[in-house]
Structures are given as C-alpha cells and as structure tokens.
Design a protein around this ligand. Structure first.
Ligand code: JFZ
Length: 482
C-alpha cells in the first residue's frame, strides 16, 4: 500500500515536472532568446521627452529634392513611369550624363522661408529632408566629396537654411540620409573580393564622416531617417553600424533613429533575431498603413506617403491615381488612430518652386487642420471598437475621444460602442462646439449619435468627453444573468 502511494506520488511529481519543463520550453521558443550583441538595445517604447514629442507630431512632411528633379522622370524625350529619383539606375542615362546634372542645379526660386511657411500653414509638426539620396548628391557642402551643392552653380548650402526656416516655424527637422551611394566608387552591393572589402572599408569611413558632419553642422536636427540599407554589403556590417549608431547617439543625446539603419549579426533588419525592433520607431510603413493596432506591436511608427502611386522626387508627369485631400486626410486619421504619424511627400522642382498640385493639397489639408488639429496632435489609439464611419483618436493624457468621420451612413446615425465603464458625458462638433449631441443609448455600452445634417463637404470631427464610472446598474440594457 505504502509502496503504491509512493509510486503514485512519484508519477504525479514527474508529470508536474514534465509539465513545467514543457511550459518553459514553449516560453523559450516563443521568446527566442538568442544572445545578440547587435540586436535591439531596448525593448518597448522610448520614454524620454524627445520621443514623446515625436510621438505627438501626428502630421509630417517629407521632401525629396536633388539632381533627379531636373530630368523629372524624362530622358531624351522619353517618359519613364518609375520613381523619378531612381532614373540613374535605369541605364537610360549614363552615369556621367547623370552626374553632370550638378552643373545645371541652380534653384534660383528657392526660398526656405516660403517652404517652411507653407508647411506651417499645412499643420505639419516635423519635416524629413533628403540631405543625400541614392545618387550621392549632397544638398550640404560636405567636406568628404566634391559631389555637393557647393560645386553646383547655386553653390550655397540648402540644408542649413531649411533647418533654420522650419525651426523658426516651430517645425522639427529630421535628416534623410541614404547609405547606398551610387556616386562613390567605393560603394558595393556585395563584397566578393579583397578589393571590394578594402573599398567598402573606405566607404564605411566616408559614411561615418558624413553622418558625424551632418550632426555637427545641424545639431538641432531631431533625428536621422535612413534609407538604402538593404544591400548585403551593409547588412553584414552589424558591428560597425551598431557602434556608429552608439557614437551618433552619444554625440547627439535624444537623437531619433528609425528601424531601417542597421541589421543584427544574423542579417535581420528592422526586427532582430529575437523579434525586437531595432531603433526608435518602425520605419517599414512605406506607402502602406497598418489595419489594426496589433500590427504595430506597441511600437512607435510613421507612414511615409506619396501623392501619386510611387513618385518621391519631382516628376513632370504624374501618372495613375492622384490622391485627393480627403483621401490623404483619411490616411492621416487612420495613422494617428493606430499610434503612428503620417508624413506626406513633396518633390520640389529643380528651380526650388513647388508644383501647383502640392501647393493646393498643402492649402486644403491646412484648412482642415485649422479646424480639426486638436484631434490630430497628441493623439493616440482610443481602445474603442472601430466603426465604418471612420476613426477614433484619443487625446493623450485626458478623457477626450475624437470621432473622425469620413463615411456618413444614410441613416445619419453614428454607432458608438464604448469600452466597459466609459460613459459619454458630452458630445459636440469640434468645429462648432455649440452643436451638441445627446447620444441615444442602444445597449449597455453602445449608442447612436444622430447627426443633425445630411450633407457634408469634408470629413469632420465630433468630440466625446468621457468619464470613467460603473453606471449602468439601472440600465434597461443590462445583460441578462445566465
Ligand atoms: C526608398 C527609396 O528608394 C525611395 O526613392 C524613397 O526615398 C523612399 C522614401 O524610400 O524606397 C523604399 C524603401 C523601403 C521600402 C520601399 C521603398 N520598403 O521597406 O518597402
């Protein structure tokens, strides 16, 4: 009998232990604890003031400007439909002919102050400017190459005046920098020989020099937006890129760097081999927007968007669908509702002026922002179940929820399902706070907001002021006890 009890106890003990081991193994597999030297150095969002400011921007502007704005998608009378800033890579133009565009680059109509004023009127809080795109042409007079604005007929630095003018308008500046450089003879896509390796070592030093130069010249810039980091040559430089990132951060406390700068030692980009994001925000949302809050994994992120399908630099002919102001506003609302920022691209002309289509969009977005900016700045995911009429945005830190309405139902009734214990104490138009709504309760946590008019020219915003309480005990919509 005693033996039997001991045996049973032993079996039970073994089972419990086996279950524990299994649980541990499952956990280990899910967490993938690979030891990494050059993976993510932080898990979860940054908590400092610089990043909090970045998170609150909501709306940004991207500027793609360089030599490619001269051919603008055309070469010898032929129009090409790829992104205009890639023309040098299409072999329709020789490298020498392309690089000779430097002798034509003379933006006599350029006025940094007027660009910044346009951006301010549009309501943007930050701007990302191409200091050097893949073609290698530098918009600042870099000491490390002759292929810069200093050797164009214009001669003068473009980045300095832009940084100053935007900052004067209260707009933060991020410097775009392409690692891939089609002009530098030391650039390699892959390293296949000793010669390649020697050349690429020089290229790495050149890259480091230029980045430190940018941070020295423009110390007020808030961050760096990296591009051209996908080739094997760079992906295999985990240790170098990691130490350069550390060096830049030490030189420039608070510097914001996206997930597109470096790979880990296994060549994993954006997310390291353990699945943790590298850098301060996810940089993969390029002309696409996440659908659900789960898609962003709690990370900071921004979406960069073109007006036509895929043109960043100035292109004479815009083909295909051109996004409208309301479409872009909807993208903005969607991004902010999912904890991201929305960055709209502008491709200035070679003379420094902006194309009419972009000026009109900036003006119309600005008019909408003028009334509705309160719903965009400092906005975050609201935890309200998404409805077909549009997007919810919560004001960080206070009990205000904004309903950004893009599709008005024929019934004129906007359905709202509140999270448990959230009570709507007040509902009104953001553009006309005197216009109040009394929500009609339709369930324990759901109601209709009945609109008072039928036709709307533009998307609009309704503010919900909410309180936290355990009401509903006397509600006729109380759930049946089962
Ligand atoms: C890059 C550039 O090649 C392009 O010219 C432009 O500057 C854009 C903002 O960035 O293009 C990319 C980069 C990354 C992806 C797609 C296009 N991506 O991650 O899907």
């Amino acid at each position: 009998m005693i033996k039997k009890v001991i045996l049973i106890a032993a079996i039970v003990w073994n089972c419990v232990n086996a279950a524990n081991v299994n649980a541990q193994q499952t956990e280990t597999a899910a967490q993938k604890n690979i030891v990494l030297q050059h993976g993510a150095h932080r898990i979860g969002r940054r908590t400092d003031a610089d990043m909090a400011k970045w998170r609150a921007y909501g709306l940004g502007q991207f500027i793609h400007w360089g030599l490619y704005s001269i051919p603008a998608g055309e070469w010898r009378g032929q129009t090409y439909s790829g992104a205009s800033e890639w023309i040098k890579s299409w072999k329709v133009v020789s490298a020498t002919a392309y690089d000779s565009l430097i002798y034509q680059f003379n933006p006599t109509k350029f006025n940094a102050g007027s660009w910044a004023a346009i951006a301010k009127q549009m309501g943007v809080k930050y701007v990302t400017i191409t200091t050097k795109h893949h073609d290698g042409f530098c918009l600042w007079p870099s000491k490390y190459t002759h292929f810069t604005i200093a050797n164009s007929p214009y001669k003068k630095d473009l980045i300095g005046p832009l940084v100053k003018a935007y900052e004067r308008q209260g707009i933060d500046v991020i410097l775009y920098f392409s690692i891939m450089d089609w002009h530098n003879p030391d650039w390699r896509y892959d390293i296949k020989s000793r010669e390649d390796s020697i050349a690429f070592e020089r290229f790495k030093q050149f890259t480091r020099n230029q980045l430190l130069e940018l941070l020295t010249r423009y110390p007020t810039a808030k961050g760096l937006w990296f591009d051209g980091t996908w080739d094997k040559s760079w992906v295999t430089q985990a240790a170098f890129a990691d130490s350069l990132e550390k060096e830049m951060r030490a030189k420039h406390p608070g510097l914001i760097i996206g997930s597109r700068f470096r790979a880990d030692e296994y060549g994993k980009r954006h997310f390291d081999s353990n699945g943790h994001m590298m850098g301060d925000y996810e940089q993969g949302w390029e002309r696409k927007i996440p659908e659900n809050i789960e898609d962003v994994h709690g990370n900071d992120w921004d979406c960069v968007m073109t007006v036509p399908e895929n043109q960043w630099g100035y292109g004479k002919v815009w083909k295909g669908h051109i996004k409208t102001t309301d479409e872009l506003l909807e993208m903005l609302a969607k991004c902010v509702s999912l904890d991201g920022n929305f960055v709209l691209n502008f491709g200035p002309k070679p003379d420094g002026s902006l194309r009419t289509e972009e000026l009109n969009l900036a003006k119309e977005i600005g008019e909408w922002m003028n009334t509705n900016k309160e719903a965009i700045y400092n906005g975050e995911y609201a935890s309200f179940a998404k409805q077909d009429w549009g997007y919810y945005i919560k004001k960080t830190g206070i009990n205000k929820i904004y309903m950004l309405v893009f599709n008005v139902p024929v019934s004129g009734a906007l359905k709202v399902v509140t999270p448990p214990h959230t009570v709507i104490s007040k509902a009104y138009d953001l553009g006309n706070p005197a216009q109040n709504y009394v929500p009609e309760e339709t369930g324990t946590f759901s109601c209709f907001i009945h609109l008072k008019q039928q036709a709307f020219k533009h998307p609009f915003v309704i503010v919900l002021e909410t309180t936290d309480s355990n009401k509903n005990s006397g509600s006729q919509y109380q759930k049946a006890k089962i």
